[in-house]
Design a protein around this ligand. Structure first.
Ligand code: FAD
Length: 382
């Protein structure tokens, strides 16, 4: 006999686990999460852990204001230390057009209650000791942005799900979706077939592949992003520092490591393969030492990569789709799905459990791309 669930979630990344967790909080525990990999195997176990409220569009600012609140409560709520540190985000700007765009968005963020401000290169040097501001025109600074340790968030969610009696089936790949009429009638995996009232596609950068199993075409493109962790250093750096033009970012974790990444221009959207390159190391080495000369002798311990999941307007796809009414898409989060997960999970679970609507279901509909997409989010790192 086929097992039947209220909700079956494809993908045990931060998004899938977050949705299952929020469902459990609403008393819905007849939930199954399947993932073809191990916990932390997707982008959620491979990212920089950055949480920022500095965005150029109202949707993203509002979502991140709430997500930050949820992250602040997470250690207490999950009983697992997620190593949250609100050391701020410092955007370094050396192109006039970036200064203009950040000045505009700073005003927008201020209207939403954030204390973001444009500052001089000299002031940026005071916020990030050791920073060389040579060549910079200005910086944008928000002191309440933060970093977390991504693995702890996943472990915390997984433990909470186990306590609620929700199973995560790892090493279980979804291979087919049986569509009957306008519904997903069954989810076929390599470990068996399952039925559910709701099927959530939280497969991240593989979300399009999964959607295609039901004949649904999405415009997302995965792209490889590389990152490294250094040996632990004496604590000296509070903020996440981002050079907007190159996509360089670096922060010091609570464990002392420097975590840093940069956009490698030749890693093209649509060509995702995991793995690390020398090209990345040489590019990031040059940029890092330009801005933080004291890191010239830094020893790198680990280097890895993961996928960004890009849509044409840099915004995600969230909600049901025409032709498969019980098939909920939650993917396309570029390089900011980790920070958005708590709030998006809260909204999606409200809708699945209680039918509560939210504007993002309208703003992030898949069919917006038939009309050219929504307002483009410009503040993507990479
Ligand atoms: C280098 C790097 C740095 C980043 N930095 C940040 C940052 O600082 N802040 C931030 O907010 N975001 C960051 N991101 C983006 C962030 O990691 C992602 O947006 C987020 O983790 C997406 O979560 P997810 O749960 O949607 O996807 P994932 O974590 O990728 O989970 C999707 C899961 O679906 C599973 N799956 C796929 N296909 C199938 C199938 N057929 N059957 C079953 N399971 C399947 C996969 O195995 C995977 O585990 C970064 C990403 C990278 C790569």
């Amino acid at each position: 006999m086929t097992a039947r669930y209220h909700t079956l979630i494809i993908g045990a990344g931060v998004m899938g686990l977050g949705i299952a967790y929020q469902l459990a909080r609403r008393g819905v525990t007849n939930v199954l999460v399947v993932d073809r990999d191990y916990l932390t195997g997707g982008a959620s176990g491979r990212n920089g852990g950055g949480l920022r409220q500095q965005w150029a569009t109202e949707d993203n600012i509002e979502l991140m204001l709430e997500s930050m609140t949820l992250f602040r409560e997470m250690t207490r709520e999950l009983g697992v230390n997620v190593w949250l540190r609100q050391g701020g985000y410092l955007f370094l700007l050396d192109r006039p057009e970036d200064v203009e765009a950040f000045t505009r968005s700073t005003q927008l963020q201020n209207r939403h209650g954030l204390a973001t401000r444009m500052i001089s290169p000299r002031e940026a040097e005071r916020i990030a000791p050791g920073l060389s501001s040579e060549g910079l025109l200005a910086a944008a600074w928000n002191p309440s942005d933060a970093v977390v340790f991504p693995w702890s968030v996943l472990w915390g969610y997984a433990e909470a799900l186990a306590a609620a009696g929700i199973t995560i089936l790892s090493r279980t790949a979804v291979t087919a979706l049986e569509v009957k009429g306008d519904r997903i009638a069954a989810v076929v995996t390599d470990k068996g077939t399952f039925e559910a009232d709701w099927v959530v596609n939280a497969a991240g950068a593989w979300g399009c592949e999964v959607a295609l199993l039901a004949g649904i075409h999405c415009p997302n493109q995965p792209v490889r992003h590389e990152i490294f962790a250094s040996e632990p250093l004496k604590p000296w750096l509070d903020p996440m520092v981002v050079h907007f033009a190159s996509g360089l970012y670096f922060s010091q974790s609570m464990r002392g490591e420097l975590i840093a990444g940069i956009t490698v221009p030749s890693h093209r959207p649509g060509q995702y393969t995991s793995g690390s390159s020398y090209q990345f190391l040489s590019l990031i080495g040059r940029h890092l030492v330009r801005f933080m000369p004291r890191l010239a002798n830094l020893r790198i311990l680990r280097q890895w990569s993961g996928p960004y999941d890009l849509t044409p307007d840099n915004k995600p796809i969230v909600g049901p789709v025409a032709g498969a009414e019980n098939f909920v898409q939650v993917h396309g989060f570029a390089g900011h799905g980790f920070m958005m997960a708590p709030v998006v999970a809260r909204i999606v679970a409200d809708w699945l459990a209680e039918g509560k609507d939210h504007p993002i279901f309208e703003h992030y509909r898949l069919d917006r791309f038939e009309k050219g997409g929504g307002e483009k989010e410009a503040f993507i790192i990479g």
